[in-house]
Design a protein around this ligand. Structure first.
Ligand SMILES: Cc1ncc(COP(=O)(O)O)c(C=O)c1O
Length: 372
């Protein structure tokens, strides 16, 4: 059995959802659980968010159709929005039958829905590009798309208009206000519910709160604004990556550690080795000095990250023994701080978890009730 394990507190995810609701009590939540719920386990997270007494969501969002199918097959009953929409004609009838909502981000996807011969009408979200310039219909196309979808018998008439913010995590950037200002008149014109906000916008841009908000990162307890160390949001990191010291060694001044001797002892040092590496999702580019918690104390990473091991400098730590507990990130060490030491973001670390590390789930603390 591996001593490295990710512990996921499902109650924390439900409490983070409650925080997202508190930021914008007038908005419904579409919980973004793509990328295996940012590494936390899509089915387990969805099961919690549809039935935990602490807080519940009316619907989920994933990136791909296959993820929606996987959730349904696992018994998740709430509607699921497929953010990248359909890729094949057959998707439309299947979406209608399984209560998947299709994002329509280009004319081809709109036509695929219009031309489908689905028995049941399908529910769609219309995605407009207001500045992300990645996916989305140009706003000049919206009139004709809305008119066509409104007249189509195979489309449910409770459509949603949606846009995605490019710079919501940059509080100085005027683009967010411009995007909000651009999309709102269209929602008013078509009398459609609107969806704009991701986590950063929920937390920082009240003007973006609309009928549906779409939090992802914050549900997992991490601050999309990356302000680790001064976090007063109340968010609880749901995943704590744990391990233990597997070996210890004294090294003399001038001796190097690991591949390429990426760290060389300046004085006699006590080096601990921990069984997690880049094959598990620990970031390969984490620099020497990246914090790791051993017995709750911060110690620095020493040398390069190997495929399934890292080393830390335990010099100065008294009473460390083989088997002592390690936290790589989580409740006491922000994944964003670790990410910053590796030149990346916490999103990438979490979404990049490879599945090699087992996940132990701590259930939602309140008694789950039946899905309702
Ligand atoms: C369209 C869309 N909405 C919402 C989100 C959630 O974003 P965040 O995790 O920053 O809350 C994402 C994530 O990338 C997304 O692609």
């Amino acid at each position: 059995m591996r001593t490295t394990e990710a512990i996921v507190r499902l109650d924390a995810i439900a409490q983070n959802l409650a925080i997202a609701i508190r930021y914008a009590p007038g908005s419904k939540i579409l919980a973004v659980i793509k990328a295996n719920a940012y590494g936390h386990g899509m089915v387990e997270v969805a099961g919690t968010l549809q039935s935990c007494d602490v807080a519940r969501v009316p619907a989920f969002a994933v990136a791909f159709f296959d993820e929606a199918v996987q959730l349904r097959d696992a018994g998740i009953s709430r509607p699921i929005l497929v953010l990248q929409g359909s890729t094949a004609a057959a998707d439309v009838a299947e979406a209608a039958a399984k209560d998947f909502w299709l994002m329509l981000h280009d004319r081809q996807q709109v036509d695929r829905v219009l031309q489908s011969d689905t028995d049941l009408p399908v529910r769609v979200w219309i995605k407009a590009d207001t500045g992300m310039h990645r996916l989305g219909l140009d706003v000049t196309e919206l009139d004709s798309v809305f008119a066509a979808l409104s007249a189509a018998a195979n489309v449910q008439q409770d459509m949603v208009l949606c846009t995605h913010l490019a710079c919501a995590d940059d509080l100085e950037n005027p683009l967010t206000r411009q995007q909000v200002k651009q999309i709102r008149p269209y929602a008013a014109k078509y009398k459609l519910p609107l969806s704009i906000a991701n986590s950063a916008a929920i937390m920082s841009w009240p003007e973006s709160h609309a009928d549906w908000n779409r939090p992802g990162y914050m549900l997992y307890g991490n601050n999309p604004l990356g302000s680790f160390g001064s976090d007063h949001t109340g968010l609880i990191p749901a995943m704590t990556m744990t391990s233990s010291i597997m070996a210890m060694k004294e090294v003399m001044p001038g001796e190097g550690i690991g591949y390429g001797h990426g760290w060389v002892a300046k004085k006699q040092s006590n080096i601990g080795t921990i069984p997690i590496g880049y094959a598990d999702g620990y970031p390969r580019h984490a620099a020497s000095g990246t914090p790791v918690l051993v017995n709750g104390q911060r110690v620095p990473l020493a040398g390069r990250v190997s495929m399934d091991m890292i080393s830390v400098d335990l010099s100065g730590q008294k009473n460390v023994n083989i088997g002592d507990p390690v936290e790589l990130w989580g409740e006491h060490l922000s994944v964003d701080e670790v990410a910053a030491c590796a030149g990346t973001i916490g999103y990438e670390i979490l979404a990049g978890l490879t599945g090699h590390v087992p996940i132990a789930y701590l259930p939602c603390s309140k008694r789950p009730s039946s899905d309702g």
